[in-house]
Ligand binder design. Structure first.
Ligand SMILES: [Zn+2]
Ligand SMILES: [Zn+2]
Length: 293
């Protein structure tokens, strides 16, 4: 596990060093600490190519892939000793073979977790972009502040607390059941909010419609990382000094997600507002739009 909780935004910096302790460590007085850092776009791509067997040294396997990740991402260790004589092992590429297969595998997974956006985080990012854009575009975005829900006593009707209240539209009966106890008809969620008030091509629960106050799900830490990536991109800049491929793969993945979501939103907007829009308008813009505040 990592020492401390590795912050998302520090993964934008491929030079930032995170401390990692292997799961098998039991004695807190005698732990080995491994210094790892997020992979750059180039390093990540090289590793993926190894995994797919079309990099240098083709026909390789998972073990070679893990070792490649470790070669790039492991930059030091503290208190790493030979098991037989207890002698300190100095950190250098020649001594990497002192690492057991199990440790290489674990450290490579730790490095990859700093270099790839996991699926839970990706979901939050996509959700946040869609809904913060939507809320930001409303006539009175302030009314979509969950404090206001509480103040204006809307928390119940907007289902801020996530109670699964459903409604039989025929009997006007509120129930927790999916079938109305009075008339046996299927009930529907009491609160449904659709993006742009319509069913979009990408409609799926939690993305294009919600049955709970969406503001409730906008996580500040995800908002801040999206705003940061947008700011860097709009400034025509990179998170750290260096060429494009020397940037962290983590930043690159987040930037790609933001661009994709914005383009989808743009396409939906165009389809909705301007019929027969000329093709150029639909083309991807290389810069991201402004984030809703
Ligand atoms: Zn709310
Ligand atoms: Zn009913």
């Amino acid at each position: 596990m990592f020492v401390g909780n590795p912050s998302l935004v520090l993964r934008f910096d491929p030079e930032h060093i995170f401390e990692y302790v292997c799961d098998e460590e039991v004695d807190p007085k005698d732990i080995t600490i491994f210094n790892v850092r997020p992979l750059t776009i180039l390093q990540y791509t090289i590793c993926r190519n190894v995994l797919m067997g079309n990099g240098e040294g083709s026909g390789t396997n998972l073990g070679t892939f893990s070792l490649e990740v470790v070669k790039f991402g492991l930059v030091g260790w503290k208190n790493f000793k030979y098991e037989d004589n207890g002698e300190d092992i100095s950190f250098c590429s020649n001594n990497l073979n002192a690492l057991s297969v199990k440790i290489v595998d674990e450290i490579s997974r730790a490095i990859l977790s700093l270099s790839e956006v996991d699926s839970k985080c990706e979901r939050s990012i996509r959700f946040t972009i869609k809904w913060s854009e939507y809320v930001g575009k409303l006539q009175n975005p302030d009314q979509w502040n969950c404090d206001i829900c509480t103040k204006k006593k809307l928390a119940g009707s907007r289902n801020c607390e996530g109670k699964d209240l459903r409604l039989c539209r025929k009997c006007k009966l509120e129930t927790l059941l999916s079938i109305c106890p009075k008339c046996d008809k299927v009930t529907s969620p009491k609160f449904i909010l659709k993006l742009n008030n319509k069913q979009t091509r990408y409609a799926n629960e939690g993305f294009d419609y919600v049955t709970r106050c969406p503001v409730r799900f906008l996580e500040p830490k995800i908002m801040s990382i999206i705003n940061m990536a947008t700011f860097i991109d709009e400034a025509g800049s990179f998170p750290v000094k260096g060429a494009a491929l020397e940037q962290s793969n983590y930043y690159y993945q987040i930037r790609q997600m933001i661009l994709t979501e914005r383009n989808l939103a743009l396409k939906d907007d165009n389809k909705q507002n301007i019929p027969n829009v000329p093709k150029e308008v639909n083309l991807e813009s290389s810069r991201m739009g402004r984030m809703g505040k």
